[in-house]
Design a protein around this ligand. Structure first.
Ligand SMILES: Nc1ncnc2c1ncn2[C@@H]1O[C@H](COP(=O)(O)OP(=O)(O)OP(=O)(O)O)[C@@H](O)[C@H]1O
Length: 686
């Protein structure tokens, strides 16, 4: 992600990084495991098919026992006791001459009902507790965790015995109790899973697009938990079969003469010395049913994981192993804000003195320190820097997307005149999606894999424009067309994993445009894409800016991207703005050693210089790099943050905080050795 650690390059000759043409590089196609319909994938697994067949057979035969069973389960025939399998009684008879097959079939009815009761209560309890705990955190999480601790500490068997002691023979109540107790365990799993899902980009994108928490939970979070819930439910169902059999075996569940699988085991155990066969039918049916439930759960999990796994976004393939669907056509303020006063008279977004700190384990660490910048209407501003410099945290703070562990302060953070940080949550929420759109760096993870592309867009359109379903669908297709997607109608019916990475990024951009925003925040929107698709996405952004007057904040670590698209750029290093100015000025006359280092490490510029110096085009084999890496926030000094990696560092750099100072009227640098940066730049290039 740093983009400056490359050492060997062979860039396209003559590519300056400033030109507009797409780079002539082939699209990288990455083959992914095949992901067709879930049912088809399931059917290809023999064990899953056998399990399913067994469960369906048990279900049908139990439900249809009245019609299918050869005898009534309580009919006795004392002339044929303890018979083995024979023509009249396929599974033999018990000690009262009752037909075992009929008793197994009728006994299955109670088992099925018990499975349904346990599973329903288990899933509802686990989901209703786990999802809010994981999503909202804070006191909801605290309360749910305490409940889980209490219920998990209680021995389930004792609770069941207690229930059956108070309500003798009431197996239904016992199953409900089992579901509640098991549901606590499920809640713990779901809570953890929800905590993971809520950090996914598509949930952030849904939040930025203006969806409310309830809608996000129902539409984007719960469907992602389906696999976990299904697997856990199948295990719980298997356990329920065993528990029911156990209770009946102990004489606490279904009472004689009513048939039950556990009761059959009890009777078989009483005559084991005379007819060991009697144990086989109930033991077999219980064992096979439990095994089938567990195997089916495993198979469903494997299929769903494969189906929903998000392909690494750097690809031109569709992620299903099929050929890719072709992408056609493809002021500064100082810490104290605005001392430099370079913002346009009425910038669309103006941030002054933004500071963000995270609280972890009692410690408070500032990761963004006094950052300021502005974006004018229809302007594209780049925020450039290595990984860990605070670019994403800065824009997330502006968008209100940081977790509750973040402390955000700013002298001001104004969007179209409104102070964002003091806006009521409701109003700030309303701005996201409608006036400010957001595009993340991982297009695949920004789209909910469980929704069709058209549904995702239509949902956003309905939310922002209040259109009916049909009109929203039509608008969704228009949006796909707007972002140059060929055959938008067909693409709208596809799932995210069925489209290419470049197309997914276009869809993410269309999603961000659904509310007709004035400002688009794009966090490394092309990082994961190959060079051809990257050039197409940049061209699309430029077209949107030109045609719609869209202002764009573009986060990137790539000077080539900044140079192609942005009018001005802000260079961030270790939580601070270290340089800011017009891209051309920064590119040709950097005034901070960090900017100079980034530029020297940029293959396009290095090659450009080499060619200019020699009058010919050469292929570089080694690029200069900035030694070391960005230190962690806790290790940032109060004086110059770049001092440890800076070739110009001197004693005066380590004494006091270095202010951001004007180099010219629209160019600022946080370096006290600006005069030597040009030498440094020249030295590096020679
Ligand atoms: N939720 C968090 N809790 C604690 N620290 C965080 C959190 N999010 C980010 N940070 C820290 O803040 C610093 C800046 O992170 P940020 O993601 O903004 O960097 P970046 O410049 O955008 O890099 P990248 O391109 O890798 O996203 C990093 O040191 C990171 O570890």
């Amino acid at each position: 992600m740093t983009g400056i650690e490359q050492t060997t390059v062979d860039p396209t000759p003559g590519d300056t990084g400033l030109r507009d043409e797409p780079a002539e590089q082939p699209s990288v196609t990455q083959r992914q495991p095949r992901r067709g319909s879930a049912l088809r994938a399931l059917v290809r697994r023999p064990l899953a098919v056998l399990s399913l067949l067994w469960l369906v057979a048990v279900g049908v035969m139990s439900v249809g026992a009245d019609a299918l069973a050869p005898y009534r389960p309580t009919n006795t025939d004392l002339t044929h006791v303890l018979a083995g399998p024979n023509g009249q009684h396929w599974l033999g008879t018990d000690q009262l001459g009752r037909d075992i097959l009929s008793r197994v079939l009728f006994g299955g009815q109670g088992v099925l009902l018990g499975i349904v009761e346990v599973t329903l209560v288990f899933v509802v309890t686990g989901t209703v507790m786990g999802v809010p705990a994981g999503y909202f955190g804070r006191w909801v999480d605290w309360a749910v965790l305490r409940w889980i601790e209490i219920t998990v500490a209680l021995p389930a068997i004792l609770i069941l015995l207690l229930v059956l002691a108070v309500f003798p023979g009431n197996q239904h109540l016992a199953m409900v109790a089992l579901g509640v107790l098991g549901g606590s365990g499920l809640a713990r799993v779901i809570r953890a899973e929800t905590q993971r899902v809520r950090t996914e980009q598509y949930v952030a994108a849904a939040r930025v697009s203006g969806l409310r928490d309830g809608q996000i939970l129902l539409r984007h979070v719960v469907p992602r938990l389906a696999t976990t819930i299904l697997v856990q439910a199948s295990l719980m169902a298997a356990a329920a079969v065993g528990v029911q059999a156990g209770l009946s075996f102990l004489g606490l569940g279904v009472q004689e003469p009513e048939p039950s699988w556990g009761g059959l085991i009890t009777q078989a155990s009483q005559v084991l010395d005379r007819s060991s066969w009697m144990l086989v039918p109930p033991g077999g049916v219980i064992g096979l049913t439990m095994l089938s439930l567990a195997l089916l759960g495993d198979a469903v999990r494997d299929v769903m994981v494969q189906r929903w796994s998000v392909a690494p976004a750097r690809h031109g393939g569709t992620g299903n192993g099929e050929p890719p669907v072709r992408d056609e056509g493809e002021g500064e303020s100082t810490e104290f804000g605005g001392a430099t006063g370079q913002a346009a008279p009425s910038p669309l977004l103006a941030v002054r003195g933004l500071t963000v700190a995270f609280r972890t384990g009692g410690a408070r660490t500032a990761v963004v320190q006094g950052v300021g910048f502005h974006v004018d209407r229809s302007e594209i501003l780049g925020i450039v820097g290595e990984s860990g410099c605070g670019k994403s945290v800065t824009v997330s703070a502006v968008l209100g997307l940081l977790p509750s562990s973040a402390e955000v302060r700013a002298l001001s953070c104004r969007f179209d005149g409104a102070e964002l940080l003091s806006l009521p949550d409701r109003d700030r929420h309303a701005l996201r999606g409608t006036r400010i759109g957001y595009v993340s760096q991982e297009p695949m993870t920004a789209l909910d894999p469980t929704c069709r592309v058209g549904d995702l867009l239509a949902e956003a359109v309905r939310r922002h424009h209040g259109l009916d379903r049909r009109a929203a669908r039509a608008r969704a297709v228009e949006l796909l067309d707007l972002v140059n997607i060929p055959d938008p109608g067909a693409v709208s019916r596809r799932y995210p994993h069925q489209i290419s990475g470049g197309m997914a990024q276009r869809v993410a951009i269309a999603l961000a445009l659904a509310g007709d925003p004035d400002l688009l925040v794009a966090d490394e929107p092309t990082t994961a894409l190959d060079a051809r698709v990257q050039a197409e996405i940049l061209a699309l952004l430029r077209r949107l800016q030109a045609e719609r007057g869209l202002a764009i904040v573009l986060i990137t670590h790539d000077w080539g991207v900044a140079a192609q698209l942005c009018a001005r750029a802000v260079v961030m290093y270790a939580g601070q703005v270290v340089e800011q100015g017009p891209v051309g000025t920064l590119y040709h006359s950097p005034a901070h050693p960090y900017t100079a280092g980034l530029l020297a490490a940029n293959p396009h510029r290095a090659l450009d210089r080499t060619s200019a110096d020699s009058g010919t085009t050469k292929h570089l084999t080694r690029l200069p790099t900035i030694p070391g890496t960005v230190p962690p926030p806790a290790a940032w000094p109060t004086s110059c943050h770049f001092q440890d990696r800076c070739p110009l560092a001197a004693a005066d750099c380590t004494r006091r905080p270095i202010p951001l100072a004007a180099v010219t009227s629209d160019h600022y640098s946080r370096c006290i050795h600006i005069d030597r940066v040009r030498e440094l730049d020249t030295e590096d290039a020679s």
